[in-house]
Write a protein that binds this ligand. Sequence first.
Ligand code: ATP
Length: 440
Amino acid sequence: MKEKNTMEKIVAFLKDNGFINLSSEPYGGFSSSYDYGVYGVEIKNNLKKAWWNNMTRHHENIVGIDSAILMSPKVWEASGHLSAGFADELVECKNCHKRFKQDELKDNTCPICNGELMSPKKFNVMMKTFVGPVEDSANVVYLRGEACQGIYMNFNWVVNSGRMKIPFGICQIGKAFRNEITPGPFTFRTREFEQMDLQFFVKPEEADKWFEYWKEERMQFYISLGIDPDHLRFHDHPENKLAHYAKKACDIEYLFPWGWAEMEGIHNRTDWDLGNHSKVSGTDLSYIDQETKEKYMPYIIETSGGCDRMLLAFLIESFNEFENGRNGDGGKEYLMKLNYLLSPVQVAVLPLLKNKEELQQKAKEVYDLLKIKFNTKYDVTGTVGKRYRRQDELGTPFCITIDFDTLEDDTVTVRNRDTMKQERIKIQDLINYISKEYEK
Ligand code: ATP
């Protein structure tokens, strides 16, 4: 586990290196909103791609959609999100009007001003806005509180157009919004966040089996992308603590610097969602088995993870700081030991010297050769040692140096991020060499 105080260092490091920063910086930042920068967006896209491929390519019976954030408010009425079920119990101070979660209070006085507190009230976390020009209650809509409702709305359409047969899944990556009362730390809990959801539709009698299957699958996803299994655990929810829609729930938790916390939830949502939407909307969302003609409301096994939260876990896991350099004989150095699939830059091309036209020309040729196949960066500024360190900070797996021998024999030096070993490789073999390393 990374020590608690590493979080401050990591947050500063992520800002300095173009990964993540507070939103609206010129105005001093906007609480609980974050922007992904030059390298942050690349890692985030890589994580989404890894998840999407894991779902849709490794499982022939999973397809994806991309549904709208704004939906009919009736969806949220039927889903239970506008009622107390999707609410936090809050206590307001009569004096300063700050609100606190009931369970965060030590006694019956305001922790800020010592004022008297009102009795607790449910506070709904759905974010509201208006559609059209009139701010009228008839025009109220909600920013979706969870991405999965869009999947339920498209259930019939996907079954028909995708010719889906149970068991099958629909996945989606998309933004969700919650008016969280106590956001943080950092991007762990924010009011705007991205979810990566799978809704897997099964026969009711097979729900328990698939619940176990997806628990294991999701755990393996994190391990395969480089998280130490000792930093991961399942947390089963006791039955009396389940959300209104769930029959079984298990979190995958990561050992964050502040302790174990949820990264993803796996739920058996039963037939609650499709059943309830069928009832309220009047549209039948049951499934008909084309072979047996059996008609039933499928059960849903859901895996729902926050993209930002997972990404934070991967960044924390990869962060390494060396007080005396990686070889023990220098100044402070950093290494982002990201899985190759997540690294924001895959290959860096470094001409040995800036002021030698022929080296730059050759390096540009190598860059042009690699740039279509890999996310490649051309870097010419500073000594090669400095440039290696810069790429280590980004987590770039390979640095390719073009030197005077390259001009003679068309070979380059490939430096491996993790071993720091250097190998001489022919330019014509580079794509093959790097591709093979990626397949390992
Ligand atoms: P928590 O208890 O941490 O608020 P939750 O149990 O309400 O989360 P779910 O509704 O199951 O979360 O949402 C699924 C996933 O979405 C969570 O595991 C988490 O990764 C992510 N998530 C939920 N709320 C937020 C948030 N406010 N900010 C970032 N990610 C979130």
